[in-house]
Design a protein around this ligand. Sequence first.
Ligand code: IVH
Length: 681
Amino acid sequence: MTAGDGPPSADDQARAATLRERLEEAAHEYHGLDAPRMADAEYDRLFRELQALEAAHPELRTPDSPTMRVGAPPASQLAKHAHLSPMLSLGNAFNDEELSAWEERAVRAAGDDVRRAGYVAELKIDGAAVSLTYRDGVLETGTTRGNGVIGEDVTANLRTMRDVPLRLRGKAHPAVVEIRGEVYMPFSHFERMNAERVAAGEPVFANPRNSAAGSLRQLDPAVTAARPLRFFGYAATAPGGKPLPFTTQWELLDTLDAWGIPVAPNRERCATLDEVHEWAHDVEHRVRAALDFAIDGAVIKVDSMTLQAELGDVGREPRWAIARKFAPDIAETRLIAIQVNVGRTGSVNPFAILEPVEIGGTTVKLATLHNFELIRDKDLRPGDWVQVKRAGDVIPQVIGPIPDRRDPKQPPAPYEPPVRCPSCDSTLVAGQDRGMLYCPNFTCPARQLEALVHFAARGAMDIRGLSYARLQQLVAAELVHDAADLYDITAGQFASLERLAEKSAENLVQAIEASKAQPLSRLIFALGIDDVGEIAARVLARHFGTMDALMNAPEEEILAVRGIGDVIGRSTAAWFADRQARALVKRLRQRGVTFTEPNAATGSALKGLTVVLTGTLSTLSRDEASALVEAHGGRVTGSVSKKTSFVVAGDDAGSKLEKARTLGVEVIDEAELQRRVAEGS
Ligand code: IVH
């Protein structure tokens, strides 16, 4: 990179374009696909490189550059902005009958075609509505709903959100399009943020909706950037009714998705209103509880856009869409007791035993209480009447006590957190995260049991038949303390356990034996290293290839692995540095558990080389080819520059091939790539 006063060179221009493309791609993988391939550290490095390049040559800056997501100065007041077309609200239907009445009204207005055209059913996201204007595919302005006609300009804030594309993906975008949707905050992030606010002595937000709306209307975009906001799109309009590239609501959602705008899950195209009723009941009673974001109902829309136009609006509400509201999902009940369980890491997790109560169609008896500080802050006491919520998590939550229902003459006694581990009686210690207590005893039976359950679980060593109850028996009988002990149990010992037939005992021994052949990636996951999930375990296994390579890798090396972030990297290094952990690994080795990964990085033939893939390769898919290059130490980038080591071109290779030829970059085919890789290994 050449920083300087002169105009940017062709190289600088190409590099800036490459960096922008790679950063956007990484952000898309991170947010859209749930499969990050670029390590956070690498993202930051590329980001800083682009920032420096743009600082040296401001003319390289484009409005869709990822660097524009941060750094806009605080505003003194949010500017007003008139919407191109008004942002409507929706009428409500509180039950199936009211929804049917809506259909009747629509049929009266536009005829039986409405029924024939069918409906699209969507989740009604409970967030803050915004309108995004894209000109030639580039984000121009973003505004809040305001009074529906005039909103506030929050462009700088929306630019900080990675869910909001600065440039639409794909080609041939409408000259101007307003995309409407909802900014929301996932429950999981909301709770974490509130816990942090409690810790910092700041006021907590009442609910994710308020917190999303408040975060969006900040004067300083840096504040918004620090808040975990997400976005779902659900509507698009063009000024003056100009045609858009879709004729149904369903195609509209597909198009938003193709443009890189996140679209809410669980949408459904329904041929009849009966199907809509069925879908809505399923969402209310099943889907809703599993979502990590708040919905306050569903939105039902007439699918055909021609019919939508014909039906039009009444006042501020469209005739072609309606909100189907759900019954509230909060209930009141009595808190019978507060109990704790001890997790794999030693965390002592408080939970509530409740007088059974029905919430949103299911009976709730237990609820999570998160940590002891929250219990204290809410002053929850066993015996209190409490409000219980079932929402984002499948696990219900206690919102708090109902003070009016506490008998002032005989209030229940305040709750005292435990001092000793309920399982091994060790004195509990405070954790790094506020309000948490931990059992420090590595050999605590409760911890061992949870660790064993995780080890045998499906995504881990997948030992069929080794159920929770069975493991409980093994631990209670002191036959097993850790995972390595599993491989020493005999059929006779199993059979000596209560209620276990000889045949089952033999099957179990066989299942345990078979698990020795699981690849390293599963073993790494099974070890239960903090923060290391299945994907991270696979990344580590592929990169290091063997347990020894991973175990002996210095922290810096683990942190440098693509796809491994700081938290995972540090936690992995710390785990393998622990004496007891290393002893466990050694004992697993002695028992013949597999310590290698079949698809691991196999060589360094392409070390330090930058490779561009283009066209359709003869045998490998794009992903497989990338994996092959990376497995041999190379790096795959999206665009050709002078720094590209070589281009692998397949059939129908287009502009990248031409560019390589112009720049004199070497071009090879897949067979040659395979040869180089094989030769270097
Ligand atoms: S359609 C004319 N679809 O709910 C079309 N709205 O209570 C109006 N909302 O103002 C919007 N999820 O902010 C639509 N899938 C969805 C929605 C949705 C949430 C919000 C939107 C609207 C409000 C009306």
